[in-house]
Ligand binder design. Structure first.
Ligand SMILES: CC(C)(COP(=O)(O)OP(=O)(O)OC[C@H]1O[C@@H](n2cnc3c(N)ncnc32)[C@H](O)[C@@H]1OP(=O)(O)O)[C@@H](O)C(=O)NCCC(=O)NCCS
Length: 178
């Protein structure tokens, strides 16, 4: 049975978050194309899985409605993509995925999580500020835009150390995708 946004009239939806696999890429691309004016190609997602970035999907009744991709490098986690299907936006899914990515980074002993966001993307900027991110700087002309290029704001959040044993629900080892 297809999952439709109108079948979930309540504001919040209760998603499962699991590792992204190659088999998910058709659904992931459908969300990507619907959510971004300048979407990634399927090849970029494939490469992210292949090189072992942390790639997660949020599912609702087995249908993918969001995803997050993080590259871990030394003591930093870099969020490369965070996206929720427009049909399911503003129901807490983006926040839940961001908190999941952050928690996973903390469990890997990461000190800082950072990302770039378009200067014009106020919805995402509000989410990141709400989750404790602050501005580190600007990358001029970082993104393609309908006319010319657009600046990226670099946002970061420093992560306090946590005891992996304090969260029995999450293994301290972040699985790689292959
Ligand atoms: C940014 C994005 C991931 C947020 O996901 P979401 O599931 O819609 O967000 P949530 O429902 O978890 O909202 C969390 C907070 O984000 C902010 N927010 C989200 N959508 C917003 C909007 N349209 N306008 C203003 N603030 C918004 C609010 O602070 C919100 O908290 P609140 O609902 O308590 O006010 C989603 O809008 C998206 O996928 N956009 C397209 C892709 C994208 O731009 N990704 C970010 C790349 S850096």
């Amino acid at each position: 049975m297809a999952t439709r946004a109108e079948d979930f009239p309540d504001e919040a939806v209760d998603v499962c978050i699991r590792t992204m696999t190659y088999a998910d890429l058709q659904q992931v691309m459908a969300v990507e194309l619907s959510a971004y004016p300048h979407p990634w190609t399927v090849g970029i997602f494939r490469d992210c899985i292949r090189v072992g970035y942390n790639c997660w999907v949020a599912t609702l009744q087995d249908r993918i409605i969001g995803y997050g991709i993080v590259m871990l490098a030394a003591d930093e986690a870099h969020v490369l993509n965070l996206c929720v299907s427009p049909d399911y936006q503003r129901r807490g899914v983006g926040r839940e995925m961001l908190q999941h990515l952050t928690r996973r980074a903390q469990l890997s002993d990461i000190d800082m999580i950072l990302l770039e966001v378009r200067r014009s993307n106020q919805a995402a900027i509000d989410l990141y500020h709400d989750e404790g991110f602050h501005e580190l700087g600007v990358r001029k002309n970082y993104y393609p835009a309908d006319e010319g290029r657009e600046d990226a704001i670099i946002l970061a959040r420093y992560l306090p150390k946590i005891d992996p044993g304090s969260d029995p629900g999450i293994s301290p080892q972040i699985p790689t995708n292959n």
